[in-house]
Write a protein that binds this ligand. Structure first.
Ligand code: URA
Length: 427
């Protein structure tokens, strides 16, 4: 006879009762093995979304999801390890310059990344636009690359937190993504199982992020940081603005292009500011406070690491990136200052142009996306180009340009300067 019954546990959470450690362990183990059915886990996810979990339950859920699979360990490297996780945004290509930049200082970066779903892009999709680059590495290949290069960005193997893989797919189709206990356990189970010694969370706030309000983002960040600390991982979080896109390029190959500009010592100021802030925080947690991070972007050291990192995974850092077959420019309808440039609308437009996928199995267009010719706060004249849309299929322009036109407000008065880093939690 089984110790618990799935229906009893669903009813308990539906009645806003606490679930014991044993009950949570049982649920996750039996969901992973298939004994607890998808429809039962969907009902449980909805009960958790509606009634929440206390911090002990969230910790137990995270630990049970870690225990559903393997746990990596990089102690044999003999150097400190650090990683960053972003809750996702529009134009958020920061992982690309960040991982090689941190590796310049002798701290290893084992970065397991994901693919995009919906309007937010995925790091692996971006890197796969580089001819030859390979996302899937064995654990041995990952360790070897960390020894030889110091940074690796690759896909999480199927053995890592398999309970999360099943549960995340289920949440995606049952309207249960936006629950702090479920988001926090999902992110932290993967990051703790990955074996990093320290972790910086980039919790995005604004229209293009999961968390639209600062108070909710702060609550999520506090839960994430506590889970990391409880598991012995030095963890902190930066709350950063995602009300308008990061940088000027949105879309897979376009974001690689912009990342390379930053690694070459140029690129947009907002991308540089976030990259330097996150690198400084990662290095601080890893015990390196005596470093000039910005200089390593300017003097080519981070670029050298990037080239080594891409080559080690079969990519050609000098290859021409895919370019979309068609483009269309959107112009300003009036004179004034750009007082709104909405991240969500730009992300949706890029997705509609073919840069993202609606279902996991959908193909993506590497060259599709949006380049912005002006950012929030810039002054424009009627007829000036605001942005250019790129796709291989001209039929996609209509819906994308309708979406993008709603992204903008152009008004007579100036806006208050954008604050990129809104707060820091933990560490
Ligand atoms: N990222 C994850 O890995 N899981 C979530 O639930 C949300 C964002």
């Amino acid at each position: 006879m089984s110790a618990f019954d799935a229906v009893d546990l669903i009813i308990a959470k539906r009645s806003a009762e606490e679930l014991s450690t044993e009950a949570i362990d049982w649920l996750i183990q039996n969901y992973t093995s298939g004994l607890v059915a998808d429809e039962q886990m969907s009902a449980m996810a909805m009960a958790i979304l509606l009634n929440g979990m206390n911090s002990r339950e969230i910790k137990d859920l995270t630990m049970a999801m870690i225990a559903s699979g393997e746990r990596l360990n990089f102690d044999s490297l003999g150097v400190a390890t650090t990683d960053k996780h972003s809750t996702g945004g529009v134009g958020d290509k920061i992982t690309l310059p960040l991982a090689p930049l941190v590796a310049v200082f002798g701290v290893a970066v084992p970065q397991l990344s994901g693919r995009g779903l919906g309007h937010t892009g995925g790091t692996l999709d971006k890197l796969e636009s580089i001819p030859g680059w390979r996302a899937n590495l064995s654990n041995d290949e990952m360790t070897k690359q960390l020894q030889e290069v110091g940074a690796v960005i690759c896909a999480a193997g199927s053995g890592l937190a398999p309970a999360d893989k099943k549960l995340y797919a289920l949440r995606d189709v049952t309207g249960t993504v936006e629950a702090i206990p479920l988001i926090a356990s999902s992110i932290m189970s993967k990051k703790i199982a990955e074996g990093t010694g320290s972790l910086v969370l980039d919790v995005k706030v604004g229209s293009g992020a999961f968390m639209k309000e600062l108070s909710k983002a702060r609550e999520l960040a506090e839960v994430l940081v506590q889970l990391g600390k409880d598991a012995g991982v030095k963890t902190s979080a930066l709350l950063t603005d995602m009300s308008t896109p990061l940088g000027l390029k949105i879309g897979n190959a376009l974001e690689v292009e912009e990342s390379v500009e930053v690694l070459a010592g140029g690129g947009p100021a907002d991308v540089i500011e976030i990259t330097v802030a996150l690198a400084t925080e990662m290095l601080r947690l890893a015990g390196r406070v005596d470093v000039d991070v910005a200089a390593a972007l300017k003097n080519g050291q981070a670029m050298d690491k990037w080239r080594a990192m891409i080559s080690a995974q079969g990519g050609d850092p000098d290859a021409k990136l895919p370019v979309a077959k068609e483009s269309q420019t959107v112009t300003a309808k009036s004179d004034g200052v750009i007082t709104k440039l909405d991240a969500l609308a730009v992300g949706l437009a890029s997705w509609r142009l073919g840069a993202g996928r609606a279902r996991k199995e959908d193909p993506i267009q590497f060259g599709a996306g949006v380049t912005l010719h002006a950012q929030l706060g810039d002054t424009v004249k009627a007829g000036d180009p605001l942005c250019t849309l790129y796709t291989d299929e001209p039929a996609r322009f209509q819906r994308a340009s309708e979406t993008i036109e709603n992204a903008y407000s152009i008004e007579a008065q100036a806006v208050v300067a954008r604050k990129l880093i809104l707060d820091r939690i933990g560490g």
